[in-house]
Design a protein. Sequence first.
Length: 249
Amino acid sequence: MMEILAPLVVFVIGVLGSMIRVVREYERGVIFRLGRLIGAKGPGVFILLPVVDKMVKVDLRVVTMDVPRQEMMTRDNVPVTVDAVIYFRVMNPGDAIVRVENFVRATSMYAQTSLRSVIGQHELDDLLARREKVNQQLQQQLDEVTEPWGIKVTAVEVRDVALPEGMKRAMARQAEMERERRAKVINAEGEFQAAEKLVQAAAQIATQPIALQLRYLQALTEIASENNSTTQFPIPIDLLRPVLGKDGK
């Protein structure tokens, strides 16, 4: 009797084990009954009909995927090597299983082609200075394609833009020339402002001659404060006219 019951008990336990399924909080179980989609269940414990039902688990957590480094051309014909990272998650488990064979691989492959397409639409300056715009365009393009698959692309980030060594040297020279140009412009502006101030001072002195004498005395004070062994004082000719006479001799 025990020889008959033992295999029967093992069979029953095996059948029950195949019927009971546990789905975690971050998972959903997509159920197929005789090949027809029933729906997604979970989280929790539920029972499948042996032989009749089949379940495929789908992870709902955000997936972080690296887009391999690729060499491509920008709109202004500059060769660059770019890689990126995308973040996506499954919003509809049924569509992710039924509408595409492997949604992870499909998203990865389309991300690579989209990256090449979007980079080719932008110039190098946009890629370096306005990368957020490129990221948004990539995300929008990916989202439009993956939405029917039940996938939501939450973010796309262009991670690194590598330039050829020749281009790096050219950009360094350009930046140096730009700094020199700005320095010359600032110096010229300073000279222009100083000239304007001198013209204003001359106009003010012309209306008030005594101001020139005060400035002369101030200059003497500044010279006297220095440690000079010999100091020469220029004397205005007007001060000597009473001594020299009316004719100045």
